[in-house]
Design a protein. Sequence first.
Length: 499
Amino acid sequence: MFVLAYGLNLSLSEWISLWDLRIPKLLWNTLLLALVVTVFSLILGVSTAWIVARKEFVGRKVALWLLLLPLTIPTYVFAHIYTTLLEDDGWLGQLWHFLFGIDALTPDLSNVIGVAFILSLAGFSYIFLLVRASLCHSTQHLEEAARIQGASAKRVFFAVNLPLMRPAIAAGLAVIILHVLSDFGAVSMLRYQTFTLSIYNQMSGRMDYSGAAGLSFVLVILSLSFLTLERFFRKRQRYFSRSQRKFVERTPASKSQLIFIWLWLGLITVFSFLLPLGWMISWSWEAWKNDLIDSEFWQYCFNSGVICFSAATIALIAAFPIAFFHKRQNSLLSQSYLHMSSIGFALPGPVIALGLLSLILSQLPFLYGTLTALIIAMVIRFFPLAVQSQESALQQLTPSIEEAGRVFGARPLENLRRVILPVIQGGMASAWVLVFIDALKELPATLILRPTGFDTLPVRIWIEASEEMLELAAPAALMLVAGTLPAIWIMRKSEKFNE
């Protein structure tokens, strides 16, 4: 409503001015960034998921955790860490000069490749998580039948595995692209002009809410167009088998394969998690030695936990009816609900926060400055994560399982409780964890809607990083990682397939 109310106030001349001065460049920058991140994330996510799901090798369980943990690091923390590391006196900057000479310029991240590098490191785990679950639930007899018919491993992958992985890949890409379209942290720190950064500048710098709403309106149309296109290409496909499932048996990796596996996985995990973790631990140790971690810091941790737990639980419960309704009736109405539920990712955090703030001030003043307002904004912002993850799990639910329950006299609610929910509990756990992790990292909405004196870890990171107080920003970033470990452990425990 905020976008519509202010956007409709734009005159034709103002729309023409926006188009002439801003929109074409922002469209090009945003779409190009989304394309590059999609390619990078697909390569990283699908390759790592295939290796972990289909190969048995030394350290596989450790690799699984290392490939999930990049989800715990916000994009603005990635951007700040790598900007610092690539300075002349940073770890990577010194390594670069050692390899290429003292006069060699270090890589600049303030371009599409640099920003895509940061967003891909932060986001490829979404595809890894969903595709790995799909691969582990694949029906192995289909692969065996293809091999009996003489199909090569490459042919089996493209003819059997890839079609079955499409819901997981599509759900992962939808999450990643919507993340790119609405990302504020990395693009603002690296000064790469996209719609989100321009919208924030319009509101905070120029106080031009109508112009910001106009840009937000274009961003919403862009996001919904992508979602409509993604649904169109897979709406008529069937992604389950009517045969009984058989867990896929992993094949042991040979010595040569083991070398390649750990070279590839090691390179990815070093840049996506181990190097940032080393930076955080190093500067956190400096903060600990200087007695900078006090009771106030632990209050920030508690505040973040309360907000994220509440938002994840509410989003999970509210998203299930939408995903389940679409599974039952793939109609225009159910698709409309799905598209409407994705608006949270289509709008950047500042717009959601200001729109909700306008509603509260005009209609619900008793919610102003309360935690309830912040939790509502978090649920709206990350609702698509809960819907996408649960819908992906429901699409692989074999109808014969539900039919068997009804044949034996189970009523709809009993069938839901005893048959459907146990089968998709892994997908539901993934949905809860993804919302929890992203809510834990959310920055702009928290900055605007938090109650007076109520700081969270992202707020402290942003404040301290902007003032170059690395020894204060690092402990908060490290606690974001530590805070998501229990959530990921819950998700891992909920999975019923072999580790």
